[in-house]
Design a protein around this ligand. Structure first.
Ligand code: DNO
Length: 357
C-alpha cells in the first residue's frame, strides 16, 4: 500500500504540504482541482501546477479525489452524452499527467451526510456524528444551511455551495429516479469511459454511499456487498473498481467489512480507513481510528487488505478535532496523523506476521 493524506489545495487547506511531508510513513497526497464544477474543462497546465506544488514539497500526487459526476449523467438527462464526453476529456488530461486513480461517487443530491460536525465527547475532542431522528425531523432543502452554519467558515468537501444552491431543483430532478434507473445510468457512464481508462491505465474507484442507506428518500446504490458486487459484474473490467471506505460501509452494522474486502480482490483501487462508533440504531459518531475507540475491528480490516494483496493508495479518513486545531471538519492534521501512524503500525504488524508463516 501507499500511505497518503487528502489535501485540499493551495490557499484553501489550512494544513500545508510541508506539514504533511513530516508525517512518518507518508508517500503522497490525494487531491483535485478544487473549484471545478462537474462538467468544467480541466486544463493540463492547471493540473501540472498542482502536481508540481506537491513535488516541490517532496510528495507525489497518488490520485484524484474527486472528479464529480454531472447530474445529467446520474439522472440520464438530456445532455448526458455531452457531459460524459467532457468527463472523458478530463480523464485524458489526468492520464496524460501519469495519474492512475480517480475517486468519484454516484450519490444523488448529497454526498456524505452528518447531522453534527462537532459533537463534543467526554474527553473534549469533537467528532462528526449522525442521528437519523434529526434527519427525519428536517426539511431536506434546509440541510445545506444547517451544514453550512456548523462548518465554522470552512467549505466542506461534498457540500460545495454550487451543488447546494440548487437543492430544491435537484430534489425535483431526482423525484422520478429510482435505484434501478440510477444503477443503469452508472453502468452506461462506466461503459462509455472504460476505453479512455484502458488507454491511460486509470482506475476508477467509486465511493460507497454514506450513510449506507437512503437519506430523505433518495435512491442509494452503493450501500453494501451486494450493491458493489453487482456493479463489478455489470462492468467486469479491472478499471471499474472501488474506494473501500470503512467508515461509510461501517455505518451499516450489517456490513462485514473484512468479508467485503475479500470479495473484491483486484477491484479495490483506493482505501479510506477510519473507525465509526455505533451508539444505537441510526446513530453513530466518527471515533478515533483505534479499534478500541469505535465499533470496527481495524486490525481485521487491514489484515483483509493485506491478504488480498492491496497495493494502492490508502488514506486515514476523517479525524476528530483535537488540541484546538483550526481545521476543516474531519480534515485536521493532528488526528489524521495519529490515525495514519496507527494504520502504518497495523500494516507493519500484519506484514511481519504473514512473512513468518
Ligand atoms: C468525505 C469524502 C467524500 C468523497 C466523495 C468521493 O469526506 O470521503 O466526499 O470524497 O464521496 O467522490
Amino acid at each position: 500500500m501507499k500511505m497518503t493524506m487528502r489535501w485540499f489545495g493551495p490557499g484553501f487547506d489550512p494544513v500545508t504540504l510541508d506539514k504533511i511531508r513530516q508525517v512518518p510513513g507518508i508517500n503522497g497526497i490525494i487531491t483535485t482541482l478544487y473549484g471545478k464544477l462537474p462538467g468544467d474543462d480541466w486544463e493540463a497546465g492547471e493540473l501540472r501546477a498542482l502536481i508540481k506544488s506537491a513535488e516541490d514539497s517532496g510528495l507525489s500526487v497518488e490520485g484524484i479525489e474527486s472528479v464529480n459526476v454531472h447530474d445529467d449523467i446520474k439522472t440520464g438527462g438530456k445532455e448526458r452524452d455531452k457531459y460524459i464526453e467532457k468527463y472523458i476529456n478530463t480523464l485524458e488530461v489526468i492520464g496524460k499527467e501519469g495519474i492512475h486513480l480517480v475517486c468519484y461517487n454516484f450519490m444523488a443530491v448529497f454526498d456524505w451526510t452528518r447531522t453534527d460536525l462537532a459533537k463534543k465527547r467526554p474527553d473534549g475532542a469533537t467528532v462528526m456524528s449522525y442521528e437519523q431522528s434529526v434527519i427525519d425531523s428536517i426539511n431536506p432543502a434546509n440541510m445545506f444551511d444547517i451544514m453550512n452554519s456548523k462548518a465554522q467558515g470552512h467549505q466542506l468537501p461534498g457540500w460545495e455551495p454550487h451543488r447546494m444552491a440548487k437543492i430544491k431543483e435537484l430534489f425535483e430532478i431526482y423525484k422520478n429516479i429510482d435505484e434501478d434507473t440510477l444503477f443503469k445510468n452508472l453502468v452506461y457512464f462506466l461503459k462509455a469511459i472504460m476505453p479512455v481508462c484502458e488507454q491511460y491505465g486509470i482506475n476508477m474507484a467509486i465511493h460507497p454511499d454514506d450513510p449506507g442507506w437512503s437519506v430523505f428518500g433518495l435512491p442509494r446504490i452503493m450501500k453494501n456487498k451486494d450493491d458493489i458486487l453487482r456493479l463489478m459484474k455489470a462492468e467486469d473490467n479491472p478499471h471499474n473498481g472501488v474506494t473501500l471506505c470503512s467508515g461509510s460501509l461501517g455505518t451499516n452494522q450489517k456490513n462485514d467489512i473484512p468479508d467485503i474486502i475479500r470479495s473484491l480482490k483486484g477491484r479495490i483501487h483506493f482505501a479510506h480507513i477510519r473507525n465509526v462508533k455505533h451508539n444505537c440504531p441510526g446513530s453513530f459518531e466518527e471515533s478515533a481510528h483505534l479499534s478500541g475507540d469505535g465499533s470496527l475491528d481495524m486490525y481485521e480490516i487491514i489484515k483483509a487488505l493485506h491478504d488480498i494483496g492491496f497495493e494502492g493508495p490508502i488514506r486515514p479518513d476523517h479525524g476528530r478535532n483535537i488540541w484546538n486545531e483550526e481545521s476543516m471538519p474531519g480534515y485536521g492534521l493532528f488526528d489524521r496523523a495519529i490515525g495514519l501512524s496507527y494504520l502504518c503500525g497495523l500494516w507493519e504488524a500484519v506484514n511481519r506476521a504473514s512473512a513468518k508463516k
